[in-house]
Design a protein around this ligand. Structure first.
Ligand code: ATP
Ligand code: MG
Length: 415
């Protein structure tokens, strides 16, 4: 037997209804905030991520699916969406006509990680990018969109954690102080973090390792190194969130793994997820456009892990995501088969979802099948009904039946 690749999953059955429910929510809330969908290819030039995500990050260092194609070009299955979106915004000169560009996306990503609960090698993200504004209002709009999506999904116990990384200049000073402190305590760090000390020291701050946590507890705090502009920006974000009634907790250890962040960073976490508790993460990334060869363009965005949203939904109540067929048409006897087929076609053209029997089952077996697919109604057509031009409509949940002319079936079914 040939199975799926490790860390990759088929999506089908009841779970697909939940996916549709999530996708519908993403689509409608993105539209409510004025965001347009953007789709990029699954493959990009490796250089895009090497430059845009950064050589010192876990993603570029050890998680990418990279290969040479038959022409010898180095290509990578996209591990994240912000660099591709920024690449596209520069390539198509999107900002020329829309100085504020609002985009959302949803699709598969690929990272070579150790598979476990909430962590896969192919996973999906829904996300949004607000490009072109350096003002705190933009940070707030993005956080609001993420927050409204989570609210619409009625997820319990989701917490918004907030921090600022300040301007890149302020961070240089902080980085120096942090490295100095960590070098003194290097013996107490995990092997991973000893390596991070050289390539990406800030990342040590949000290490999950207990030994690292103990060292980090007394580390210098970035907030103390911020310039006035950075502080004002953050204060304004916090004030606007409070006004909008969006509660948050401050987390000075929240740094995010990628090189391109500046100022506001945030994560929505849920205890329902266990160790991988971040369901949605984002922040401002003002340096990225210039890093990828574009003009200086400020931007802010977030991405939510769809599988992690699904894990939370599954622990709550999936019932409301299940889609039921409207009608199962039962043809009792050979004579009824063609009329039943034509009624089904007519109802489908009238936007009802209709299932018919294609196994030539007995009447009893057809009704059993109607129950199995969870149809709302069964429409029964037998000899008597054919003679009188009627059909029996049975409401499956209650068992209530009524007889109506076959031309009136649609009208008789309350939608
Ligand atoms: P983590 O610390 O969990 O590895 P990350 O910082 O690598 O997260 P991002 O790159 O910010 O995550 O991705 C945003 C979101 O995408 C995460 O918060 C998570 O919900 C989801 N995500 C990231 N990696 C995976 C994965 N391998 N499998 C499933 N979901 C993932
Ligand atoms: Mg990761």
């Amino acid at each position: 037997m040939i199975s799926t690749v490790r860390g990759m999953k088929d999506i089908f059955g009841d779970e697909m209804s939940a996916w549709h429910y999530l996708e519908t929510t993403f689509r409608s809330l993105s539209a409510a905030f004025g965001y347009a969908e953007f789709r990029t290819p699954l493959l990009e030039h490796t250089e895009l991520f090497a430059r845009g995500v950064g050589e010192g990050t876990d993603i570029v260092g050890k998680e990418m699916y990279t290969f040479a194609d038959r022409g010898g070009d180095s290509l990578t299955l996209r591990p994240e969406m912000t660099a591709p979106i920024v690449r596209a915004a520069i390539e198509h000169n999107l900002l020329r006509n829309a100085p504020t560009t609002r985009l959302w996306y949803m699709g598969p990503l690929f990272r070579y990680e150790r598979p476990q609960k909430g962590r896969y090698r192919q996973f999906h993200q829904y996300g949004a990018e607000l490009i072109g504004s350096a003002h705190p209002e933009a940070d707030v709009e993005i956080i609001e969109l993420a927050s409204e999506v989570l609210r619409a999904l009625q997820l319990n116990n989701v917490t918004l954690e907030l921090n600022t990384l300040g301007s890149p200049e302020a961070r240089v000073e902080y980085r120096k102080a942090l490295v100095e402190y960590l070098n003194r305590k290097a013996d107490g760090l995990s092997a991973d973090s000893k390596n991070r000390l050289i390539v990406n020291p800030l990342r040590i701050l949000d290490s999950k390792d207990e030994a690292d946590k103990a060292v980090v507890a007394d580390a210098p705090v970035l907030l103390d190194f911020l310039d006035a502009t950075s502080v004002n920006h953050f204060e304004s974000v916090k004030a606007q969130l409070a006004t909008a009634g969006i509660s948050y907790t401050l987390n000075s250890r929240l740094v995010r793994g990628l090189d391109y962040y500046s100022h506001t960073v945030f994560e929505f976490t849920s205890p329902a997820l266990g160790a991988q508790n971040t369901v949605c993460a984002g922040g401002r990334y003002d340096p990225l456009f210039a890093m990828l060869g574009g003009a200086d363009v400020p931007a802010v965005g977030f991405s939510a892990g769809v599988e992690r949203l699904l894990l939370i939904l599954q622990q709550q109540d999936l019932q409301n995501t299940q889609v039921r067929p409207d009608v199962y048409i039962c043809a009792f006897g050979e004579e009824a088969r063609t009329p039943a087929h034509l009624i089904a076609l007519r109802m489908r053209r009238n936007a009802f979802s209709v299932i018919t029997d294609v196994q030539r089952r007995s009447p009893k077996a057809q009704l059993k099948d109607a129950a199995r697919v969870n149809a709302r109604y069964a429409v029964l057509i037998g000899e008597d009904e054919l003679a009188s031009g009627t059909a029996i409509i049975r409401e499956m949940d209650s068992g209530t039946q009524s007889t109506v002319p076959i031309t009136e079936i649609e009208r008789a079914i309350a939608r």
